[in-house]
Design a protein around this ligand. Structure first.
Ligand SMILES: [Ca+2]
Length: 465
């Protein structure tokens, strides 16, 4: 009896605590959608490139320094189960449309050799959403969603665009550093090719971004700050490289860490500009990496870390798709919060629409607004199930169960090291976060259930235009 009373008291106390927390958070988040025109928040989406799942101090890395990104993450809500696609273009397509990569039919990296590849101009992008709501929309950095004129940033809703159209450049010559043709030059300002040989691309981005902020300081703006860092080639500053070498950080982690900390400096510089203009308080900042760390030859076989997770860029194991992600808004979101619900890249567009009071038709979107989760840490994920596809690999997650079909772990020479007769790899993430043990033979019914979910989504995507 006493036990029962204590238990009831505990439950009541927990419920009361939750209620109070809900009221406080609700108060902070209340009135978001009724902001006057002059009070519209600015929005900056910072997307990093090939940053490993735990490669921030606030995500557990203890051998590299990222104080400025940590400050952003710690000033808002950090997600621990946030997913991207395993490679660049699909994540970017999903971010800018609020749909899965399969839905917009971009499940592979875009190459210049197939000129018409890219995000269809028919898609309604995040930039168009903000532009229609009276914002100025700016793109800075890597695009990787199409090379033809109708697929370039200025044709997809951006009023202003500076950066490279492809997937990877050398940061000083601004020439392609990838397999897509030999060293073609790739630097554009509003669709016009420009040359600035010898200038460090992330620094150029920073200066352009600061100018963009100054020009729009009295007008709501949306900035898509798509860094090409720490994607190879690793070109961090000498100071940071010296620092990591002195600390004894081993190759190639030293090269990767130096590039990452160089990027962190620039992000800090960008935020300092916002602060100096008095804009930080009412600017929503989203931060995310576009996929896991790369382990190919050009990336010196690695350098990044997926921590407890298995896999890397290009793999549908967690290390390829689970990425650091956070949202901060000094004016309306409490600092130092963490959310463990599964969330995905496609969620940002409807989330930002809700936070900014923008009407958005969400009927055909796969992303869900995360506002209920931002308000209440105790509710369940907005996604009961989610699917991924990259080349022959497929994955589906429902609750803690995850099924991989044709999973891939590659060595630096692009050879798959997963050797098994069956295409199925079944895990329960709650018990096995490292995806070490294949439960496929033990739970055949679970395989059928998850594969049916994948097929259902697949059929739906095929029917969509
Ligand atoms: Ca990437």
């Amino acid at each position: 009896m006493i036990k029962k009373i204590v238990s009831i008291k505990r439950t009541l106390s927990k419920q009361l605590k939750n209620l109070i927390s809900l009221i406080i958070t609700g108060l902070l988040l209340s009135g978001l959608c009724i902001a006057q025109n002059s009070e519209k928040p600015n929005v900056i989406v910072i997307l990093t490139d090939d940053q490993g799942s735990i490669d921030l101090n606030c995500y557990g890395a203890n051998d590299l320094l990222t104080p400025n990104i940590d400050k952003i993450v710690n000033s808002g809500v950090k997600f621990t189960q946030f997913y991207a696609a395993p490679v660049c273009s699909p994540t970017r397509a999903s971010l800018l449309t609020g749909k899965t990569p399969q839905h917009v039919k971009i499940t592979e990296v875009i190459t210049r050799s197939k000129l018409n590849d890219g995000l269809s101009n028919e898609e309604y992008t995040m930039a168009e959403m903000f532009k229609d709501a009276g914002y100025t929309a700016g793109h800075l950095g890597k695009w990787h969603l199409g090379h033809s004129e109708d697929k370039q940033p200025n044709a997809q809703g951006f009023d202003y665009s500076f950066g490279n159209l492809g997937g990877c450049i050398d940061n000083f010559s601004h020439s392609s550093y990838w397999q897509d043709g030999a060293n073609y030059h790739d630097l554009y300002l509003n669709g016009e090719e420009i040359y600035s040989d010898g200038e460090f691309f992330p620094d150029m981005m920073l200066e352009e971004a600061k100018d963009f902020i100054v020009q729009n300081k009295n007008h709501p703006f949306f900035m898509y700050y798509a860094l090409n860092v720490p994607h190879y080639p690793y070109q961090g500053s000498k100071d940071w490289l010296d620092y990591y070498n002195e600390k004894g950080v081993e190759y190639p982690r030293n090269l990767y860490a130096a590039f990452l900390s160089t990027m962190d400096d620039n992000i800090g510089n960008l935020i300092a500009k916002l602060e100096s203009l008095g804009l930080k308080e009412n600017t929503i900042i989203v931060f995310q990496s576009d996929n896991g760390y790369a382990n190919t030859q050009r990336a010196h076989g690695g350098g990044g870390s997926s921590g407890p997770y298995r896999g890397h860029k290009g793999s549908l194991f967690e290390g390829g798709i689970r990425v650091p992600a956070a949202i901060s808004w000094t004016k309306n979101i409490q600092p130092n919060q963490t959310r463990h619900q599964m969330a995905v890249t496609a969620d940002w567009m409807p989330t930002l629409a809700d936070l900014c009071g923008i009407e958005l038709n969400k009927d055909d979107l796969d992303g869900k607004s995360l506002v209920p989760i931002l308000k209440n840490e105790n509710i369940k994920s907005m996604h009961d199930e989610y699917t991924w596809q990259y080349q022959k690999q497929k994955a589906v997650r429902k609750g803690d169960w995850k099924l991989l079909i044709n999973p891939v772990i590659k060595d630096p020479f692009y050879k798959n090291t997963i050797k098994q007769k069956s295409p199925y790899f079944l895990v329960n993430l709650k018990d096995d976060i490292g995806e070490t043990t294949n439960l496929a033979e033990k739970y055949p019914k679970k395989i059928k259930e998850l594969e049916t979910i994948f097929n259902k989504h697949n059929i739906r995507n095929h029917k969509r235009k």
